[in-house]
Design a protein around this ligand. Structure first.
Ligand code: AMP
Ligand code: FES
Ligand code: ZN
Ligand code: ZN
Length: 324
């Protein structure tokens, strides 16, 4: 990441990072200034947060969510953390450790939910029991646990650490499938509605690389390993494809996603299932759903009937071979 011999665009001091999208290098101080400004612009443009809000930040132990928690606290917001133990073997044990240390060292308030202890299942088991790919069972479970924790704790808003690379990759996938419902919902702010808290993504203008640099210059220790069962999933392939494009046309990734928000999202407004009134209450938990029983209640039911599945059973084939 160091930009040996290069000078900061702002102060001409030694640079720590070169950002081709901005045609410039930055020192540690001015990299932080850039990150603060980009987050502030996202918050302001989309009316994400106010200083009176009680904020709950979903923190995974990875660089993005720890960075956004750090940035919000530094900017003067009132933000507690939420960690969800997903039961993905050593990966979950280790990521939980990073979150707890971050919170303890700074005296921040951290809430934890453990899927096995609190809901009676874990991600490997849910994946097998529902025949969903692990990331789909995981995404569904996380969203619902986040919603419940934010509502139960009477928070005004839930923050996630999704960054520009994440959002561009999701947009790429949704566009390849022309999934209008998902495209219409792919917004950096989802307002509070019956049964859902307000949800926001303050890092949409910042890349993975910038967030890694933020953590480095701020001394934030985070889990570097990726989730073992996510290896090789489509989301990562979309990210790599966009990186190849961005390498030859710097800024193309940001233009793709930010251009979507600016010019396409307004056209799709009102086209999602929620907006067209196709949702009703789940007969078990009351959450909004398009079916009689929501996908999360089905997942809980099927997983509870299933014997616990060890994480090795859901590793992608290549990772399993390497272990054996
Ligand atoms: P991912 O779905 O893993 O790309 O993560 C997206 C965002 O969800 C992260 O930036 C966090 O804000 C949040 N998140 C992911 N995993 C967890 C977890 N185990 N506990 C709490 N928040 C999480
Ligand atoms: Fe969800 Fe890996 S963190 S499948
Ligand atoms: Zn500088
Ligand atoms: Zn339900």
């Amino acid at each position: 990441m160091t930009a040996v011999g290069s000078k900061c665009k702002v102060c001409k001091g030694p640079a720590v990072i070169g950002l081709r999208r901005h045609h410039a290098h930055f020192c540690a101080e001015h990299l932080q200034q850039l990150c603060r400004r980009q987050m502030a612009k996202a918050i302001e443009d989309f009316d994400m947060l106010s200083f009176d809000d009680r904020i709950l930040v979903a923190v995974s132990g990875g660089k993005d969510s720890l960075a956004v928690w750090d940035m919000l606290i530094e900017a003067g917001y009132q933000a507690d953390g939420l960690y969800v133990g997903l039961g993905i073997g050593e990966y979950s044990d280790s990521s939980g450790g990073y979150v707890r240390r971050f919170a303890d060292e700074r005296g921040l308030n951290l809430q934890t939910v453990d899927l096995r202890d609190d809901y009676g299942f874990d991600i490997p088991t849910a994946s097998k029991a529902t025949k969903r790919v692990p990331c789909s069972a995981c995404g569904l479970s996380k969203r619902r646990v986040f919603d419940k924790a934010a509502l139960d704790g009477r928070y005004d808003v839930l923050v996630t650490g999704h960054n520009l690379d994440d959002e561009a990759a999701v947009l790429y996938g949704n566009t390849l499938r022309w999934d209008i419902d998902y495209l219409a919902r792919q917004l950096p702010v989802l307002p509070a509605t019956n049964g859902f808290p307000k949800k926001v993504k303050p890092l949409i203008r910042l890349t993975e690389r910038e967030m890694a640099a933020w953590c480095l210059v701020r001394g934030i220790d985070y889990i570097v390993e990726e989730c073992p069962i996510a290896a090789g999933n489509k989301h990562l392939v979309y990210k790599q494809s966009l990186n190849v494009i961005d390498e030859s046309s710097p800024g193309a990734k940001a233009a793709f996603y930010l251009g979507f928000l600016d010019r396409m999202a307004p056209i799709l407004q009102g086209r999602s299932a929620a907006a067209t009134g196709q949702l009703h209450d789940c007969e078990r938990c009351g959450s909004p759903t398009t079916s009689t029983v929501c996908a999360f209640c089905m997942l809980i039911e099927r997983s509870a009937e299933h014997d616990p599945v060890p994480v090795d059973m859901v590793l992608p084939k290549r990772a399993r071979k390497e272990i054996s």
